[in-house]
Design a protein. Structure first.
Length: 204
């Protein structure tokens, strides 16, 4: 692809680095910004830079946040004794869109995957154990992607939590094995959360 301007080419190349954005889509976005008022483009750029510079991770659940605690952990209307364990903040967004869950979350930051060199020490496991031990958590919902790595992580976490008086449940298998929560339709995901099962039944 030939460009009449090196500035345009550089901008297109940067946009094309984003996931799911090819060169043609990147060019379309750059040309759109080129037609916008300079103040609007500056506002767009400032929002991206500010987001990257100031974003934080909740010290309690590890979700993305604007300050030390995320808005979900701060919300006293949420059931603080009901914790939904997810792989990433993308899964938090997916579950929140169903409007069927009123508890709080714990973001692991990944799943156990020996092939990729990811073990329990690389994940936010200890802070989960501490929450269950100290915060009076009554139920932990394992809402990890239904994959071999997700199942391995659920099994490991259930072993770590077995000595505490906490109910461990998993989302119902409305989500196909090998699927990812962020791509599941809201109706199926909502049903999987509502019809969650005790982990013991899941193993059978």
């Amino acid at each position: 692809m030939n460009f009449p301007s090196k500035l345009i080419e550089n901008a297109v190349n940067e946009f094309a680095k984003l996931p799911g954005i090819g060169k043609k889509t990147a060019l379309r976005l750059v040309l759109h910004l080129l037609k916008e008022e300079e103040a609007k483009v500056a506002q767009f750029g400032e929002a991206i830079v500010t987001m990257r510079k100031d974003i934080q991770f909740c010290k309690k659940c590890h979700n993305i946040a604007d300050k030390e605690l995320c808005s979900i952990c701060e919300n006293q209307l949420r059931k603080q004794d009901l914790v939904c364990v997810v792989e990433s903040f993308r899964d938090v967004i997916a579950i929140e869109q169903t409007e069927q869950y009123r508890g709080v979350y714990h973001v692991l930051g990944g799943v156990i995957s020996p092939v990729d060199g990811v073990g329990p020490d690389h994940l936010n496991v200890e802070s989960l154990v501490k929450r269950v031990e100290e915060d009076g958590v009554k139920e932990v919902i394992m809402a990890l992607n239904p994959t071999m790595e997700g199942d391995t992580t659920i099994f490991y976490l259930s072993k770590r939590l077995k000595n505490f008086e906490v109910t461990i449940t998993t989302i119902a298998r409305g989500v196909a094995f090998g699927g990812e929560l962020e791509y599941v339709d809201e109706m199926t995901l909502a049903r999987s959360i509502v019809k969650r099962l005790p982990y013991e039944r899941y193993l059978k």
